[in-house]
Design a protein around this ligand. Structure first.
Ligand code: HQG
Length: 178
């Protein structure tokens, strides 16, 4: 099995379904590394070296170890209710959200909602937003007036891996681009 496939499986475990391999996450989203390795090893060749390589080479820096590498968690993207101690921050004036054309009518009516995840994900540049949107079909990108949201009192968070997160974005802060 490829490293990418194993990484996707780990993302499923650490963000959505730890029970798949019979483990649980603590309130801050941490899984025990030895439990993760034991669980994932049942389905494929897997060990600490492979896990470290996945964490090191992940192009989106999806995962972090604690200091002594006994714990691991996903930096963002969860659907399970955990508190990964996100840092609130002042966003740039404009952020971007990429989505699929099929969601546009609904977004134009109700704004951005987080659906199955804990937060709406916002990208810092247009190109990244196009990539994120392409995962859902023909991409459409919105400008998000993040500075204005922040001044209006909405909280925005910057994850360890540079994704901006917020609970929802109402229509007044959205501007469709493409
Ligand atoms: C859409 C990837 C209808 C929303 C990426 C999105 C990202 C609405 C979809 C991260 C809506 C949810 C997250 C509304 C929002 N009506 N549809 N009112 N509001 N939507 O996958 O943002 O590779 O949960 O536009 O890089 O696509 O997994 O979120 O299209 O950072 O690490 O509902 O996932 O990272 O889809 O992606 P998702 P997302 P990873």
């Amino acid at each position: 099995m490829s490293l990418t496939e194993t990484s996707k499986f780990i993302s499923l475990i650490l963000r959505h379904k730890p029970e798949t391999i019979g483990i649980s996450l603590d309130e801050h989203g941490w899984a025990k590394v030895d439990e993760l390795i034991a669980g994932v090893s049942k389905t494929r060749r897997f060990d600490m070296d492979i896990l470290e390589e996945i964490v090191r080479t992940d192009e989106k820096k999806r995962y972090s170890f604690n200091e002594d590498k006994t714990l691991i968690r996903a930096n963002q993207g969860h659907s399970v209710s955990v508190d990964v101690e996100l840092k609130e921050a002042a966003p740039p004036e404009i952020l971007f959200h990429g989505t699929g054309e099929k969601f546009v009518a609904s977004i134009d009516e109700q704004g951005l909602i987080s659906k199955r995840r804990l937060y709406v994900h916002l990208s810092k540049d247009y190109e990244t937003a196009v990539k994120v949107g392409s995962r859902h079909g023909k991409p459409v990108v919105y400008n998000v007036k993040a500075g204005e949201m922040h001044r209006d009192g909405f909280k925005l968070y910057l994850s360890e891996n540079g994704v901006w997160l917020t609970k929802k974005v109402s229509v007044k802060y959205l501007e469709k681009l493409l």
